[in-house]
Ligand binder design. Structure first.
Ligand code: NDP
Length: 246
């Protein structure tokens, strides 16, 4: 059971892992945990100040020096992702792990009132940008002896729910993308899985459930066994799975 996986220092030593949305919430905690397990993490996100704060925390804790990639996935194009890949190969020689964690919720609303621009933004950040980035990173992922790609879903990515509109649709799409990739790369060095974090104490969750008491929710730290398991060599051979972190 990945939820019971024991996190040990040096478990990810020598690995280079890119985390998107690394400045806040689950991504921030995961980046710090991967670094605590010895990985060199590449912190990607749109707010540089937040990424710098995570960088400082990792260095202060004695982790390997991270890299920062400030990038807004809303506007980034194929050439941004290709340039990023070239830099990663030049600096690190490979990419062992990719956690596609960044995402936006948008505004919950009845189907009838879904705004087309908001729909497009959510699809761009939660799906299209992740497809483009993952595709561009393949040459770096292929240079690792074993590579793990993780996408992030949600309960509403498996069963639709009223008012969750484009966010739910985007999570169904990411489950599909992960399955297609996993099927194609089966038997190769690249494994592809999905994590559903479940209700977790972050800004996104409080936006979706403003009246809820956050102290009753699991924290990002509670999810880390699953996030570390899927990046560690222990999960080699595990692919095309959609796993609950709680
Ligand atoms: P947060 O909103 O706390 O963090 C999301 C992160 O993604 C932020 O660091 C944010 O950057 C970054 N991000 C958003 N848009 C962009 C963009 N355009 N370009 C680059 N980075 C961007 O969310 P959570 O930590 O709660 O969620 C993480 C993942 O888990 C998401 O995919 C979410 O859908 C999923 N999830 C979360 C659940 C929960 O209960 N929290 C439940 C189920 C799924 P910035 O800080 O600069 O805004």
């Amino acid at each position: 059971d990945p939820k019971q996986f024991e996190i040990k220092p040096n478990l990810l030593a020598g690995k280079v892992i890119l985390v998107t949305g690394a400045g806040d919430g689950i991504g921030r905690e995961t980046a710090k945990t991967y670094a605590a397990c010895g990985a060199t993490v590449i912190l990607l996100g749109r707010t540089v100040k937040k990424l710098e704060a995570v960088y400082d925390e990792i260095v202060a804790a004695g982790g390997p020096e991270p890299a920062i990639i400030p990038l807004d996935m809303k506007g980034a194009t194929k050439s941004h992702y290709q340039a990023m890949t070239a830099t990663i190969i030049e600096q690190f020689g490979k990419l062992d792990g990719l956690l596609q964690n960044a995402g936006i919720l948008g505004v919950l609303s009845p189907f009838e009132h879904i705004d087309h621009d908001s729909w497009n933004d959510i699809m761009q950040i939660n799906v299209t940008a992740q497809f483009m980035m993952t595709q561009a990173l393949l040459p770096a992922l292929r240079k690792a002896p074993q590579a793990s790609v993780i996408f992030t879903s949600s309960g509403v990515g498996r069963e639709g729910r009223a008012f969750w509109g484009p966010y739910a649709v985007s999570k169904f799409a990411i489950e599909g993308l992960a399955q297609v990739m996993a099927d194609e790369y089966e038997g190769s060095t690249i494994r592809v899985n999905v994590i559903n974090p479940g209700a977790t104490r972050t800004t996104m969750r409080s936006k979706a459930y403003p009246a809820e008491d956050p102290n009753r929710l699991k924290t990002p730290a509670d999810l880390m066994p699953t996030y570390v398991y899927l990046m560690a060599d222990d999960s080699i051979g595990v692919t095309k799975q959609s796993i609950n972190a709680q």
